[in-house]
Design a protein around this ligand. Structure first.
Ligand SMILES: C[S@@+](CC[C@H](N)C(=O)[O-])C[C@H]1O[C@@H](n2cnc3c(N)ncnc32)[C@H](O)[C@@H]1O
Length: 409
């Protein structure tokens, strides 16, 4: 009875004061009392806007409490950190100019604010969280090393560390690359995927550095229910990786001998192919699309197929006559067209620098997320054709694979 009366009183109170103000009161209170866990700002005012959503989480940077804003644009994410006062101004700005909804998660409540586009009215809904979240102040989390050196069997077996678990002299870049890779996969895929158990395939797994790292991090650090298969055509690497996996006690990580094009990807949620040479990356994207994978992540290398085909006869020819510029243009065209083809096939795609060129020249990564919304395929395919024409390209190998209907696996 008391609860019922209390609910009525709260409703009357909520009806009578400005809902937006209540929301900001709750926000301020949660920040001051360290109860703030997350704020998601969504539902674009302008559906054509490039900014899709903004996530805000608390962080401690150099001992200062800040809110970290992750602005999710169509093709990139941008992170900016603000102190609480400035954060409030930024949130107000986002809700006034860009978005209509805000979902505030605190340790005790979930507060949802719905603004109306036409009217100045707003609705607010307050509920209890199903799980009590723990406030994690990611102390420069993205700079933290996700791969732990101590007692790490696979790092030792792969000669990254010595018997004292110290990084070998020439392995610092490799270690940096592995950690950066985990940061990217965690932020761009794992934090977004809602599946309870994950089936991942990693094609062209090679010596398995990145495959072991991903498995160890997801299974043992993030406690995910995950199964990973490494696919590699060199039998000696498959045998070596299976031995290391067994030694490390990684029950759900195994390696199989096979080619990307013939890989069985039934039920695979995330399909990864890193540094698979030239058209092997196209085969990987093709297989991921055919398998309807929720995520496809590739880090292409050696973009030869397009370079050989480029036959520029327009004004651009005066630029591509320089070998190095032609080479770079071929990289842009190969990977840009891959990203567009993925979009034409219903994926939202991001292209970004995976690790700075000082560590490796093979530094572009494409991450594609299966979208529920229909992309305008016709328009994208026309765009692809215009680009091909501009550079005298007859075909892109990925397109060719997708157009050959007979391959179904
Ligand atoms: C450059 S290594 C990359 C290894 C690992 N993915 C990484 O990024 O550290 C490429 C590996 O892919 C394998 N590979 C290349 N083409 C392949 C294909 N079509 N099918 C299966 N494996 C392939 C090669 O044998 C090699 O071990």
């Amino acid at each position: 009875m008391f609860l019922y009366l209390n609910d009525i009183l709260i409703s009357i109170f909520l009806m009578s004061v400005n809902k937006k103000e209540i929301f900001f009161e709750k926000l301020r209170f949660s920040v001051v009392n360290s109860e703030f866990t997350k704020l998601i700002i969504s539902n674009k005012r302008d559906k054509l806007s490039d900014l899709n959503k903004t996530d805000i989480v608390p962080v401690i940077i150099k001992k200062v409490y800040k809110l970290s804003f992750i602005y999710h644009y169509k093709t990139k994410d941008i992170t900016k950190n603000f102190e609480p006062d400035e954060s409030e101004i930024q949130i107000l700005k986002l809700l006034t100019e860009d978005f209509l909804n805000a979902e505030l998660f605190t340790t005790n409540e979930i507060i949802r604010l719905y603004l109306s586009k036409q009217k100045s009215s707003a609705k607010i809904n307050i509920s209890e969280p199903v799980f009590k979240p723990v406030v994690s102040l990611n102390h420069d989390r993205n700079k933290q090393k996700r791969v732990i050196l101590k007692n790490n069997i696979w790092l030792r077996e792969l000669d990254v560390t010595n018997s004292e678990d110290v990084l070998k002299k020439d392995m610092h870049n490799k270690y940096r690359q592995i950690n950066k890779y985990l940061e990217v996969i965690e932020n761009m895929i794992i934090n977004k995927i809602s599946l309870q158990s994950l089936k991942i395939a990693d094609a062209g797994s090679g010596k398995g550095y990145l495959t072991f790292a991903l498995y160890d991090y997801l299974k043992n650090s993030l406690k995910k229910d995950v199964k990973i298969t490494g696919i590699e055509f060199r039998q000696e690497l498959v045998d070596m990786c299976n031995q290391i996996s067994e030694k490390a006690g990684f029950r759900d990580l195994n390696f199989v001998r096979g080619t990307i094009i013939d890989a069985d990807l039934t039920g695979v949620d995330i399909f990864i192919a890193l540094h698979a040479c030239d058209t092997a990356t196209d085969e990987a994207i093709y297989k991921g699309i055919k398998a309807n994978a929720s995520y496809i992540a590739v880090a292409p290398c050696c973009q030869k197929q397009i370079r050989k085909q480029m036959n520029v006869t327009n004004a651009m020819a005066s630029l591509t006559k320089y070998g190095i510029l032609k080479e770079r243009q071929a990289v842009i065209l190969t990977d840009g067209l891959r990203a567009l083809i993925l979009e034409a096939y219903g994926y939202n795609t991001k292209v970004f620098e995976f690790i700075s060129t000082e560590h490796t020249p093979k530094n572009i990564m494409i991450v594609a997320e299966k979208s529920n919304k229909k992309n305008n395929s016709e328009k994208i395919l026309k765009n692809i054709n215009d680009i091909k024409q501009m550079f005298g390209i007859e075909f892109h190998y990925l397109e060719k694979l997708l157009n050959e209907k007979k391959r179904t696996k």
